[in-house]
Design a protein around this ligand. Structure first.
Ligand code: GLC
Length: 716
């Protein structure tokens, strides 16, 4: 390890400031006039700044990182290596299902294994730090970045975030939890929009997953673009000082989001870059990403005494310590491979794990028994824009290439070589593409087939940064296509793709089964084929609610009961003076935790080891489940609780634990959980996490479909 304190002693203030700035690779590999001229001027960059840069993002490949590193080290008198960072969210070259899908696998071990494989490829590509995990809690599917998160439950987000931290770090890649905080709470589901949330909602739902990742040892943290209760997160003292430093004692590196410090002007915080730099630094932002207020003003702020040299040194040491932890001083090039074509990307092992992850995160939303496909189905029509479509790897696919993915057609052809498979696109998957010219051919193909697989969804770029939707239905003419196809062939199944919950209310009654794939990644087509043919048994559950209509949004499972709750047993009726709609029920089309299997899991009993406990006790819960079928499968057994009466209104249901369990055909198993007092806590009006004595319902099943319930008491 290097003696970073000694290195620090020899650094000029300009060199120290340089460690606290990050810019795009393009400034370091180009000699194009556009870059070295207007672009540098636009960002206020000088040649000296570039020589002192501490870290670089958005590079094209490992070769580029080697060029930058070599040039930098040749000129850096302190011999401090550049750190390379990238958004490696759910794959580097082999792409795995989007995080919203992986959340629905309810399998943290699987997520950790996928992340390890991702990290192996990323290391070959020159990545030192991944801007992951993204654990933003979200309740509004209109927001494009739902695809990056693990959904609407804080426990799922926390466990999957921790699994990603472990997976990356096990392979020597540092991690950066983001976006702190509550970016997913954007009003109207519109990216970068205002976030106004009460403290108890923040504390109970939006903040815990970041804390879980910090407790798991995440290396960095990235504040979010949004304002929180009127103050942009990057310079929000309540977030960045009170919570992050004073309460959570975060010791890692804080890096701004892309030009977030520069955007303080747009937020109306300051028009003065020196003030922007001051606000960011005093709120704990160590590295400024892609804006140059630190280059332009941090030295001056120190020399004038606004900040002490010790404060500057502390921030620089956090960065140097991270470089040291990564071993960059000993080996600035680490595992990077110069010739990508020779690098072991997309190995059979990676593809196999990516396929398994896609199988385990897919959700069987409906099945009247038509799936798995009968062996007799010899003539299959694949109809719809995703029938033979490579664009199934999602928005944040890093160096992944659409053309390297397996389409449904390719997957099914490989799985059913004897079958006659007809492909007819029918229409597009873009909201404004109303070209009907393919409809007749698609309808004809459906008429002639034994079974029709409707392959529908939203364009893969429709869910991602800056990409939000006001309409969650299948875009374009897809609903019309489904109606026409279902009319002429009742043996119709739908396979759907999205980066967010969709409104499938129109589609649902028209087809006999719906298999939702999210964006499944490189092996998507093979996963679809194995699930449709029964080679794999669906086991995914929804990580996020699917609304009946976008008008219900935000809609989420852990809601409060209100003072005038609707009788949900009669949800299709309207009740005057109840909390309900005139034109729609309250319940979603599909609830959080919903997901079918080819097995038939019977929940036989839920027993408690006692019917009461004190704060110092625990209660064992035993849930007996039987696989009443000849098909082996996996079932996620979920444990919910409801605090019936407390000083704050409490959710009608709250997931407090889950386990994904293998069952052989006909097998019965007892699944045990332990209820601890801390699982019963909430954020009260004295700003503390507390549990209160009283009665609690303990249930299993899934949201809005709780199957077995026992009551217990927490005694004072
Ligand atoms: C983007 C995203 C952030 C990402 C960063 C670097 O704008 O908000 O998640 O890590 O910029 O690409």
């Amino acid at each position: 390890m290097a003696d970073v304190k000694k290195i620090l002693e020899n650094m000029t203030i300009e060199q120290k400031v340089g460690q606290l700035v990050q810019f795009n690779a393009m400034f370091f590999v180009n000699t194009e006039a556009e870059i070295t001229g207007p672009m540098m001027q636009y960002f206020g960059l000088t040649e000296e700044n570039l020589k002192n840069i501490g870290s670089v993002l958005n590079f094209s490949n490992g070769k580029e990182t080697m060029e930058i590193q070599k040039k930098h080290l040749a000129e850096d008198p302190n011999g401090i290596p550049v750190m390379f960072m990238m958004d490696v969210i759910h794959g580097f070259r082999t792409i795995y299902p989007i995080p919203l899908a992986l959340g629905g696998s309810f399998d943290p071990e699987l997520v950790e294994e996928c992340t390890r494989m991702v990290a192996k490829e990323a290391a070959l590509g020159g990545v030192h730090v991944s801007f992951a995990p993204m654990v933003d809690y979200v309740r509004d599917p209109r927001w494009g970045r739902v695809m990056e998160t693990c959904g609407e439950d804080v426990l799922v987000n926390s466990r999957m975030g921790v699994a990603q931290v472990k997976g990356f770090q096990e392979e020597g890649i540092a991690t950066c939890v983001k976006h702190f905080a509550a970016y997913g709470g954007a009003e109207a589901g519109r990216d970068y929009n205002t976030v106004e949330l009460s403290e108890h909602v923040l504390r109970e739902h939006y903040l815990p997953a970041y804390k879980a990742c910090i407790d798991a040892g995440v290396d960095m943290l990235m504040p979010s673009f949004n304002s929180l209760n009127g103050v942009p997160a990057t310079v929000n003292p309540w977030l960045m000082k009170k919570i992050l430093k004073d309460e959570w004692n975060f010791q890692g590196v804080v890096i701004s989001d892309y030009n977030a410090i520069g955007e303080l002007r747009n937020h109306g915080i300051t028009n003065d870059k020196k003030v922007a730099a001051k606000l960011a630094f005093e709120n704990g932002c160590d590295i400024e990403m892609c804006s140059s207020t630190y280059f332009q003003h941090l030295k001056e702020l120190v020399e004038e005494g606004t900040f002490t040299m010790e404060q500057l040194d502390e921030a620089v040491l956090r960065v140097l310590n991270l470089k040291n932890k990564l071993g960059l001083f000993e080996d600035p090039y680490k595992a990077v491979v110069e010739d990508e074509e020779k690098a072991p990307f997309l190995t059979p092992e990676y593809r196999q794990i990516a396929k398994r992850a896609a199988e385990e995160s897919a959700v069987l939303l409906k099945n009247d028994g038509i799936l798995p496909l009968a062996k007799e189905a010899k003539k299959i029509a694949l109809v719809g824009p995703f029938a033979d479509n490579h664009e199934i790897i999602g928005f944040w696919a890093c160096n992944g290439r659409d053309e390297e993915s397996v389409t449904i057609y390719e997957g099914l052809k490989a799985a059913l070589p004897e079958a006659e498979i007809i492909v007819a696109k029918g229409c597009a998957c873009q909201w404004n593409d109303l070209d009907r010219s393919g409809m007749a051919e698609a309808i004809q193909a459906a008429k002639e087939a034994d079974v029709v697989i409707l392959c529908l969804g939203e364009d893969e770029k429709y869910a991602g940064e800056g990409n939000c939707r006001t309409d969650l239905r299948l875009p374009g003419l897809q609903e019309e296509l489904a109606t026409e196809v279902a009319k002429c062939n009742p043996n119709t199944v739908a396979v759907t793709f999205s980066g967010r919950p969709l409104v499938l209310t129109e589609l649902e009654p028209q087809v006999k089964a719906i298999l939702h794939m999210w964006f499944p990644g490189t092996e998507g087509g093979n996963a679809v084929a194995s699930l449709l043919t029964g080679q794999a048994n669906p086991s995914g559950k929804l990580s996020m609610t699917f609304p009946q209509t976008v008008g219900q949004c935000p809609i989420y499972y852990n809601r409060l009961n209100t003072g005038r709750p609707k009788n949900l047993a009669r949800d299709n009726e309207y009740f005057p003076y109840s909390s309900n709609y005139i034109d729609c029920g309250n319940l979603p089309l599909y609830s959080f935790g919903h997901g079918l299997s080819y097995s038939n899991f019977v929940y036989e009993s839920l027993e408690l080891s006692a019917d009461s406990m004190t704060k110092d006790d625990q209660i064992q819960v035993t849930i007996t489940v039987r696989n009443d079928s000849p098909v082996a499968g996996k079932e996620t057994v979920m444990l919910y609780m409801r605090d019936l009466f407390a000083s704050n209104s409490r959710p009608v249901q709250q997931l407090i634990d889950f386990k994904k369990v293998d069952f052989a055909a006909g097998e019965r198993k007892e699944i045990t959980f332990t209820i601890k007092e801390e699982m019963l806590r909430f954020w009260n009006n004295e700003q503390k996490f507390v549990s209160e004595p009283g009665e609690f319902d303990i249930s299993t099943g899934y949201a809005d479909h709780l199957l077995l319930t026992k009551r217990m008491e927490l005694k004072a």
